[in-house]
Design a protein around this ligand. Structure first.
Ligand SMILES: [Zn+2]
Length: 240
């Protein structure tokens, strides 16, 4: 059994495939419409939870008022964050939406999945202000990692671990019980491979990541360890 701690999809076939493979995971909804579609699909399937939150790329498109209704229905908030590399949304708007969601999540004891790109330093004071359980997805910055580790964050290792030194450093430095595995979805796998990736290749690519993490950590049975870590994160989310 494998897991996928963070991914996106707009295809029922992919969720069905994961369920057939007994893969547990967390699929992301970044708008009310996406949440409603995913929750309808998941009624028939087991093993996949939904996280919901306004992505920094969407902070000027999805309103806090409409998303708040959705946040009440999920146990995990995200992915949310700050990004000045892959998006041009006004940073002030990003801060406003990010902080509202952090405050909501902390108040309601819902753990958070973080998207940070180029603003890893700027996010830290906000995370210290709003105490919570944080899960940093695909961290790929070669600085500030120690600060995030000191906050006892979980880290999901992205599919670029086979070629990205910053991601390899995360796998090496983060404590064994705080590591998770993610694909970020088939489109992210395609982006990472720089070609169109088919669903039939998914398992092999995820296993490749596990093998890299195993080698970097010098630890056997990494798949079992990673699965246990996700179960701990989920049980924290479901029991607080
Ligand atoms: Zn994502």
């Amino acid at each position: 059994m494998m897991h996928d701690a963070h991914f996106h999809t707009d295809e029922y076939a992919f969720l069905d495939f994961l369920a057939q493979q007994l893969i547990q995971g967390i699929v992301n909804a970044s708008s009310p419409q996406e949440y409603l579609r995913l929750s309808a699909w998941l009624k028939q399937l087991k093993g996949i939870r939904i996280s919901a939150g306004i992505h920094p790329w969407d902070s000027d498109r999805v309103s806090w008022e409409e998303m708040r209704v959705i946040l009440e229905q999920v146990q995990i908030i995200g992915e949310i964050g700050l990004d000045n590399v892959w998006c041009e949304v006004d940073p002030l708007k990003q801060y406003e939406i990010f902080e509202r969601q952090l405050a909501y999540a902390s108040k309601h004891h819902k753990p958070v999945i973080l998207h940070l790109k180029g603003m890893e330093k700027e996010a830290l004071p906000l995370l210290r202000k709003y105490q919570n359980k944080y899960f940093v997805h695909w961290y790929s910055c070669d600085a500030y990692l120690d600060e995030y580790i000191a906050l006892d964050c979980y880290f999901s290792i992205g599919p670029s671990v086979y070629k990205d030194r910053a991601v390899q450093q995360v796998a090496k430095s983060v404590p064994l019980d705080r590591l998770l595995l993610e694909s970020d979805g088939i489109s992210a796998l395609s982006w990472c491979e720089n070609r169109h990736v088919q669903m039939s290749e998914y398992l092999a690519l995820m296993k490749r990541s596990v093998a890299y993490i195993e080698a970097l950590k010098g630890h056997m049975n990494m798949e079992t360890q990673l699965n246990q870590n996700l179960m701990h994160f989920i049980s924290y989310a479901e029991n607080t």
